[in-house]
Design a protein around this ligand. Structure first.
Ligand SMILES: *Cc1c(COP(=O)(O)O)cnc(C)c1O
Length: 364
């Protein structure tokens, strides 16, 4: 299959380069004192991101659960062992209603897994500062959870203001920025206690969740390894692979890389726009990631089929081609080309040409 749909978990998320593959293969055949390996990775994460501290857990979903757990228990061995039974601990976990995203399952379930009680602030269309303040002021509040993702709904409020509101009430703030590893510095600059990013999305490592932020909060996340975190541990190969992916990212000239992505999308859009019934143009990433996507508008009358039918035809081919279909009912499809080779981009263009020339009745 060809994945033009971004770091999408149902299709294998991302591609790792050979360096990551070799690191993972070597790690699998070795023994490690896991405590030492964790400490090495924790230091490397802090160095690479500028965070005070960092640690690796199984994935971002578990990073959310373990961060909520950490906010409730701190480093208390007894409390950690008792979870998800929270006893009398503060267990309310506030999040703006539009941040209660579904990335394949509901994020609020990550909170409930730790024993927390999700409290949705405001409505799907907006969460005002007053609404958030009121919910944060409630006694028994363990933490605030915020999400930086294309999936959030409603008006985008500045994360920095929400973090500051939590801190005024003495409530720690956690940001789920799973696919935002390119923007991790910006997310840390909000003052959040913990920022969570995925090791396997744009970073291109094996499945891992990177937990970054204040030293005390990160220690409390690591301490969950003796509790519910056992079921969410980072494996030796994922830690070693994550380190290799971090090294590769540090060596990457991000602005030169971003220019290559822009060229790739511009060339693709110019050629797609020449197909019958299509207009195409680059669109910036809505969350501010440093690369555009290609947006296609399908004129059903001229193309002979509408956007959903084009997406279906591409997916039904061999190889299958998957693209973003969230706006297909408005006549728009979009493609992310970041991980794709030139050959794969050619395959997409020639499949689109085949489907559209059949649909439009234009002879080639
Ligand atoms: C992908 C994603 C997750 C889950 O990440 P995993 O590493 O697959 O557990 C969580 N939150 C958001 C916003 C995501 O996009």
């Amino acid at each position: 299959m060809i994945n033009a749909r971004g770091p999408f978990t149902p299709v294998g998320v991302s591609r790792s380069d050979e360096r990551v593959g070799r690191a993972v293969a070597q790690a699998l055949s070795g023994f490690f004192v896991m405590e030492e390996l964790h400490e090495l990775a924790d230091r490397a994460l802090a160095r690479a991101t500028g965070a005070e501290a960092g640690t690796v857990v199984h994935c971002t979903s578990s990073a959310i659960t373990l961060s909520v757990a950490a906010a409730m228990t701190g480093e208390s061995a007894e409390r950690i062992a008792a979870l998800p039974d929270t006893g009398g601990l503060p267990a309310r976990v506030v999040l703006p209603a539009g941040h209660a995203v579904d990335y394949g399952h509901p994020l609020v379930q990550d909170i409930r897994l730790a024993g927390g009680t999700p409290v949705l602030s405001g409505s799907d269309s907006a969460c005002t500062p007053e609404e958030l303040e009121k919910d944060l002021a409630h006694p028994g509040t363990a933490c605030l959870v915020l999400v930086s993702s294309r999936l959030t709904r409603g008006a985008r409020a500045p994360l920095t203001d929400a973090v500051a509101a939590a801190h005024r009430r003495g409530v720690p703030a956690i940001i789920d920025g799973a696919a935002q590893d390119f923007r991790v510095g910006e997310l840390l600059d909000t003052g959040a206690d913990l920022v969570l990013v995925s090791g396997q999305k744009y970073l291109g490592g094996p499945t891992a969740g990177l937990v970054l932020g204040r030293a005390g909060a990160v220690r409390s996340v690591r301490a969950q390894g003796k509790g519910i975190g056992r079921a969410m541990k980072a494996s030796k190969e994922s830690i070693v692979g994550t380190l290799a992916a971090l090294e590769a990212r540090q060596e990457l000239d991000v602005s030169a890389w971003a220019r290559r992505q822009e060229d790739k999308v511009a060339r693709f859009a110019a050629r797609a726009a020449a197909l019958p019934g299509l207009t195409a143009h680059p669109v910036p990433d809505p969350t501010g990631l440093p690369f555009p996507r290609a947006a296609l508008r399908v004129d059903a009358a001229r193309a002979g089929l509408d956007a959903p039918a084009l997406a279906d035809a591409l997916r039904a081919g061999d190889p299958q081609i998957w693209l973003y279909t969230d706006r297909q009912d408005d006549g728009e499809l979009s493609l992310e080309l970041v991980p794709l080779s030139d050959e794969e981009v050619e395959v997409i263009l020639s499949r689109m040409a085949e489907v559209l020339t059949e649909g439009s009745g234009v002879t080639r």
